[in-house]
Design a protein around this ligand. Sequence first.
Ligand SMILES: *[C@@H]1O[C@H](CO)[C@@H](O)[C@H](O)[C@H]1NC(C)=O
Ligand SMILES: *[C@@H]1O[C@H](CO)[C@@H](O)[C@H](O)[C@H]1NC(C)=O
Ligand SMILES: *[C@@H]1O[C@H](CO)[C@@H](O)[C@H](O)[C@H]1NC(C)=O
Ligand SMILES: *[C@@H]1O[C@H](CO)[C@@H](O)[C@H](O)[C@H]1NC(C)=O
Length: 341
Amino acid sequence: MYLNVLPLLLALISGISCHEYYDFDYGFAMYQMSSPNCAPECNCPANYPSAMYCDELKLKTMPIIPPGIKYLYLRNNMIESIEEKAFENVTDLQWLILDNNRLENSKIKGKIFAKLKQLKKLHINYNNLTEVVGPLPKSLDDLQLAYNKITKISPSSFEGLINLTFVNLQHNQLKEDAVSAAFKSLKKLEYLDLSYNQLTKLPSGLPISLLTLYLDNNKISNVPDEYFKRLSALQYLRLSHNQLADSGIPGNSFNVSTLIELDLSYNKLKKIPAVNENLENYYLEVNEIDKFEVKSFCRVLGPLSYSRVKHLRLDGNLLSHSKLPSEIYDCLRVANDITLE
Ligand SMILES: *[C@@H]1O[C@H](CO)[C@@H](O)[C@H](O)[C@H]1NC(C)=O
Ligand SMILES: *[C@@H]1O[C@H](CO)[C@@H](O)[C@H](O)[C@H]1NC(C)=O
Ligand SMILES: *[C@@H]1O[C@H](CO)[C@@H](O)[C@H](O)[C@H]1NC(C)=O
Ligand SMILES: *[C@@H]1O[C@H](CO)[C@@H](O)[C@H](O)[C@H]1NC(C)=O
């Protein structure tokens, strides 16, 4: 969890220099310096007047948003609806952060997001959404709708979003029918988090630009042959806490030369799936593995043919040191730690 929250925090902090963020802590002083046309209940730091902070104010409706605001924070309120004119004065809004409110799709009126032609970040984590909001503006690069009750993505939701690179949909109720083909047109998508949903199959039509794909905590039981070959840039893949067994994994499923990290922990594997020599972190804890075969890591051994695995977790399996073959270190030459129990 922390790993997932961290990028969000960093993203929030990185947009504002540390100095300004720090100043914001001087509550009362800041209030007096709040720029004159700020909504009375909110805070617009004088040295950062294009940001308006309206966090934790028990708001049920949107405050007045004056012209000039580009970064709008409305976290931890009780906002249930957004009227069609809410952003009429700020059509050049760039960040809209609405985490932890009570928004439902039916109470977000009109095409309000599509009209924000400069919008880059839209965060509506921890709300009561049942489908992906939209239409969305083509300028968007970061969409976060985690911790909702989303079951539906309309086929046109992501159409034409050429700059969308980061999508977080973890902790929703998505099944593969809803997801398949939805992301197809996202030519720049690098990060997709679909963990903690209800997928029983890997989604089809994922964009080949993906670097990071999180599918952990679903109900996926098999990997179609060559599935990951298509994703020719993929570096980080999590499939932990699914229902993967040996029979559902064709021989070279995870032998993908770009992969740096692969998490297959908490599944039902009896054998170690073969991986590429370039893989560095391999998580296999809590499976049913009872045999360590060097050929899962190295088909051939030679001066340059060896596994780059640094961290290998095998605890919670049926392995002990005595079951490790002696040639293991000819193959796993750079392993820093191999955890067995
Ligand atoms: C837009 O600005 C005008 C004038 O400053 C204000 O009266 C109006 O309430 C604002 N609209 C919204 C939706 O904030
Ligand atoms: C939103 O979801 C919470 C938690 O599931 C629920 O208690 C609440 O009644 C919902 N609110 C609305 C307005 O539907
Ligand atoms: C996409 O991003 C590029 C580079 O930041 C920018 O020049 C372009 O206008 C963006 N496209 C849209 C549709 O916003
Ligand atoms: C992975 O695939 C490459 C060819 O793409 C092959 O040379 C290598 O032996 C395979 N590795 C394993 C461990 O099967």
